[in-house]
Design a binder for this molecule. Structure first.
Ligand SMILES: [Zn+2]
Length: 246
């Protein structure tokens, strides 16, 4: 029996909330391409614009470059709705202000699935995670429940917004605790293209001979072996509305 279980696909709307432009593309974008290909509606919400991500470029200039790269990248996997909350890159804090921001986004989008990045302390072994990823992931888990409670952040509900308690699961892409996965064999190339769209960022990393395809294939093959397909993407599932057995 395969070690990783298949993710559920009986849903219509998902919202991806991550800290930075490029967070979705380092592993999850091919899965997004699969789901948009099935006709599902997926939106992206970037908490920062990754403006502190390129050493040789001032944040003011970098913000515009990275937002455009993210919009282009998203389009390649069938995502046409990308929003930026423009919180300060690199110094995000988990807490009530962040939960308030994210609850408002969840109330507007009304998704069934919310996808974020890995927010465990590491990516496995000693590969340390980054502070913004951890802050955002923790706040996402809280905000999806806040969104459903009309007495939490009630000032958001004065106009057209309603509480939204319809989020059934939160998925953390690339978590070392992943016990679920999805086959990305058919959309792997779209995922590679979407990472390549972050041209200025990748150049700025200064990794010599970085090959997006090779990089992504390594992880996808490893996950595939544990899932029973050639290429797969891993997710940690936090159940909310479907019950813990899922
Ligand atoms: Zn990131």
């Amino acid at each position: 029996m395969a070690e990783l279980e298949p993710l559920r696909e009986d849903w219509e709307r998902a919202l991806c909330i991550v800290a930075h432009p490029d967070d979705m593309e380092f592993g999850a974008a091919a899965a997004v391409a699969r789901w948009t290909g099935q006709g599902k509606q997926i939106g992206y919400c970037m908490v920062t614009s990754g403006e502190a991500g390129i050493d040789g470029m001032h944040p003011e200039q970098c913000r515009a470059v990275r937002e455009q790269e993210q919009i282009d990248s998203a389009r390649l996997v069938g995502v046409h709705q990308v929003e930026f909350l423009r919180q300060p890159d690199g110094i995000l804090e988990y807490g009530v202000p962040m939960r308030r921001l994210l609850a408002e986004v969840v109330r507007r989008h009304r998704p069934e699935i919310v996808i974020t990045g890995n927010f465990r302390d590491t990516f496995g072994g000693t590969a340390l995670n980054q502070a913004d990823h951890i802050a955002v992931g923790r706040a996402v888990l809280d905000a999806v429940r806040d969104a459903g409670n009309r007495w939490i952040f009630p000032e958001q509900l004065q106009g057209l917004l309603e509480p939204w308690g319809g989020v059934r699961q939160v998925w953390a892409a690339g978590s070392p605790e992943s016990r679920h996965a999805v086959d990305i064999g058919d959309t792997f190339d779209d995922g590679v293209a979407s990472l390549e769209a972050h041209r200025a960022y990748i150049e700025g990393l200064g990794w010599e001979h970085f090959d997006a395809g090779e990089f992504l294939e390594g992880f996808a093959r490893q996950t595939g072996q544990r899932f029973g397909s050639a290429l797969a993407a891993p997710f940690e599932v936090f159940p909310l509305g479907w019950g813990s057995e899922d």
